[in-house]
Design a protein around this ligand. Structure first.
Ligand code: GLA
Length: 408
């Protein structure tokens, strides 16, 4: 990396085109799956967009990092502090991007150093088009310069958006930035954000570590309106499970936990993202959240479902009265099981394990509760809850879940 950064510095007087820089650095678009050891489990972190939108500055980012490092989230597995849109200033006369000098007066390198000292990683945002969604400079035509700049700053994660990308082909545009990141020589996790428009689940793993599957989430549990509700996004994931796995994940968008839904809804949202093996990127005001929100985000037993080494996305096993029964196979022959109440009213559920064989043909895993008894652990009360020898008779509150781990 040092030598490449040296190249960057030593040629700062020349007018470089990105492609020339790419040729010099000997990079080629990747032909096979990225599988570079990053994101073996779904990435965990925080991103500025859902709470702050474009109104960000270095104090907000630093304070989020300080909160994550000290409130138990880092210990629970959260690692990335991701700056979303509107950090950008102008490009200099040679085309190198600068941070907005008013909002980030200390510069990105200093911010990355600060976040690294806290034991966390720093993410940044750009766009494959001419401009980002909020109108800041995009990376089109500057991909190699931008990747080198990010590497020089010490960036660890890039979310790459798809606004103003007219006449670009998605797979090629993302492959170019992937190649540029490789050439820059620093391990940078690559998050594709083209909203599922070009079926990134079919090609995303060749160029990145995760891909958005839908348009933007909004802090609403159900129903229509502006932005996509939690349940709407959840439903759009159901046919995509075969595309996710260690190193390459479906991304149903960042979390809205703590951004205005009820505690039940936040709990259900978080649980379902864990059942999906989704990236867990918090999107709330970390330094100022109530304990009820932190207790959801830092529930280690739920996080262990999300982060399970098998890396298999869960699936709906059955639906009764708008209560969905989800299963997710886990390592060591264990399973997660989750009851999701999609209605507003509490629902009674009776589930007789012994007459409910589970056959996950994708993961090639079966559970036969008539012949094998599993211990049941309630992941929200964090208590043991008997075994599968007896039927489960429970009530699930409206817009809420009950989540269990089943182990032999
Ligand atoms: C798009 C993305 C969002 C966010 C905004 C920033 O809408 O999908 O997640 O990054 O752009 O402008």
């Amino acid at each position: 990396m040092t030598s490449r950064i040296y190249i960057l510095k030593s040629f700062k007087t020349a007018a470089w085109s990105s492609s020339l820089l790419g040729v010099l650095l000997g990079s080629q678009p990747a032909a096979k799956a990225v599988d570079d050891g990053l994101a073996r489990t779904p990435p965990m972190g925080w991103n500025s967009w859902n709470k702050f939108g474009g109104n960000i500055n270095e104090a907000i980012i630093r304070q989020a990092a300080e909160a994550m490092a000290t409130n138990g989230m880092k210990e629970a597995g959260y690692a990335y502090i991701n700056i979303d849109d509107c950090w950008h200033g102008k490009r200099d006369e040679r085309g190198f991007i600068q941070a907005d000098p008013q909002r980030f007066p200390s510069g990105m390198k200093a911010l990355a150093d600060y976040v690294h000292v806290l034991g966390l990683k720093l993410g940044i945002y750009s766009d494959a088009g001419w401009r980002t969604c909020a109108g800041r400079p995009g990376s089109r035509g500057h991909e190699y310069q931008d990747a080198l700049t990010y590497a020089e700053w010490g960036i660890d994660y890039l979310k790459y958006d798809w606004c103003n990308a007219d006449n670009l082909k998605a797979e090629g545009a993302y492959a170019t930035m992937h190649a540029a990141l490789r050439a820059a020589g620093r391990p940078i996790l690559f998050s594709l954000c083209e909203w599922g428009s070009n079926k990134p689940w079919l090609w995303g793993k060749n160029v990145g570590h995760l891909w958005r599957t839908t348009g933007d989430i909004t802090p609403r549990f159900a129903g229509g309106g502006r932005g996509l509700s939690v349940l709407r996004i959840l439903d759009l994931q159901k046919d995509l499970r075969q595309y996710a796995g260690p190193g390459h994940w479906n991304d149903p968008d960042m979390l809205e936990v703590g951004n205005g839904m009820s505690v039940n809804e936040d709990r259900a949202h978080f649980s379902m993202w864990c059942m999906l093996a989704a990236p867990l990127i918090a999107g709330n005001d970390l330094p100022n959240m109530p304990k009820t929100t932190l207790d959801i985000l830092a529930n280690k037993e739920l996080i262990a479902i999300d982060q399970d080494a098998l890396g298999v996305q869960g699936f709906v096993y059955q639906t009764n009265q708008n209560v969905e029964v989800w299963f997710k196979p886990l390592s060591n022959d264990a399973w997660a099981m989750c009851l999701l109440n999609r209605t507003n009213a509490a629902q009674k559920v009776s589930f007789d394990w012994k007459s409910e064989p589970v056959d996950d043909t994708l993961a090639k895993r079966e559970a036969h509760f008539d012949t094998t008894t599993y211990a049941v652990r309630n992941l929200w009360s964090n208590e043991d809850a008997g075994s599968t020898a007896k039927p489960l008779d429970v009530e699930v509150p409206g817009h809420d879940v009950l989540a269990f781990r089943l182990s032999k």
